[in-house]
Design a protein around this ligand. Sequence first.
Ligand SMILES: [Zn+2]
Length: 447
Amino acid sequence: MIFEPELECMDVEARRAVQGERLRALVARVAERVPLYRERLAASHVKAGDIRGLGDLTRLPLTRKTDLRDTYPFGMLAVPRRDCIRVHASSGTTGRPTVVAYTTADTDLFARVCARSLAMAGAEPGMMLHNAYGYGLFTGGLGIHYGGERLGMTVVPVSGGMTERQLLLIQDLKPDVITCTPSYALTLVAECEKRGIAPDALSLRYALHGAEPWTDGMRVQIDRGLGVRCTNIYGLSEIIGPGVSNECVEARDGSHVMEDHFYPEILHPETGEPVPDGGEGVLVITTLTKEALPLLRYWTGDITSLTRGTCACGRTLVKMALIKGRTDDMLIIRGVNVYPSQVESVLARVEELAPHYRLVVTREKNLDALEVQAELAGPFAREIVRETLSEEIVEADHQLRALRGRITKLLHDTIGVSMRVTLLPPGGAPRSEGGKLNRVTDERPRA
Ligand SMILES: [Zn+2]
């Protein structure tokens, strides 16, 4: 079903007119109410009245995460703090979190875009939702929760962690839909395998995953392991939280952006110039309708591309590709840009491997070295152990060496950088407990 068909399937030109009108009102509002924007607009010689529509968007200044940090906690609010009914915060890697706030109208918008996302993923009123996103300052839990209620679902607010209890609730309450990070979905898949729970014994039909980059390789494993059709949900707290975009279950080839509220652009990571549709670059979003924390051209740091055209689902909302990585996750190895998700999608093609890995970057003799620690899949590892027990250690060793060689070649041929491959026993790589998972250790000395 489509939650707001008149808006999600709107004629593209009619929508552009609405977006242009909203942009004009937004610029007038922030110029009047947010000192940082008043100064930036003046510095770039833009008067609020100069903005007539989307064509003028590139004249507006960019907003970066550092702007929110510099005005911490409430310096960028466009309404008095007492008019906000909720705050959320994202964990900061450098100490202070980024605090975001919502008016009543903002939380209503948040619930609606999450209801749209759930419907895009296959959910319908009356279905049960097992929400395993963390509840708290993180936007995932409460965002999806109110979206599920708005759609008319029965929401089970499980939150993250305690995998054993999660499985018990899934088996007993029989939910139709699950929401969690993709790495936590894989934790659930592994737990089901361990306990001999067959995917078709689970009631789950649809799954929404986001909050960290993932790949089509992981999608196949989750679909098969939980017996679902899973889709990508994308969002970030600075823009609203989850519900910025979601894949439709019909096509699953890009996430429909709720562009009547969050207008997306793709810019070149270094020059900041607009990249034409289909090209890769940094996703930049303007919040067209938010009240408490409206942002002009927010630099998300996420690398993706946009495609337009009619979709099998009937929606006319522009689609964004799965996030390839973040500009700040990007590893530069001997001058080549490498995203952890690229390594991950290569590893997913090797059937002897489990979907868990770790990347370690070091510097040896002034040269960057990337070590890929890949985890052996259970069945393959058991086979080797059996070989070893029958005293054919040499044979097992030979088998592992051959596998390592094959993975090394595949990584080099696909990504163009040579990496050292180490094989870990089952359970050797880090697992998700519901939060975001850090798979990269950079041990290079800081300049
Ligand atoms: Zn679609």
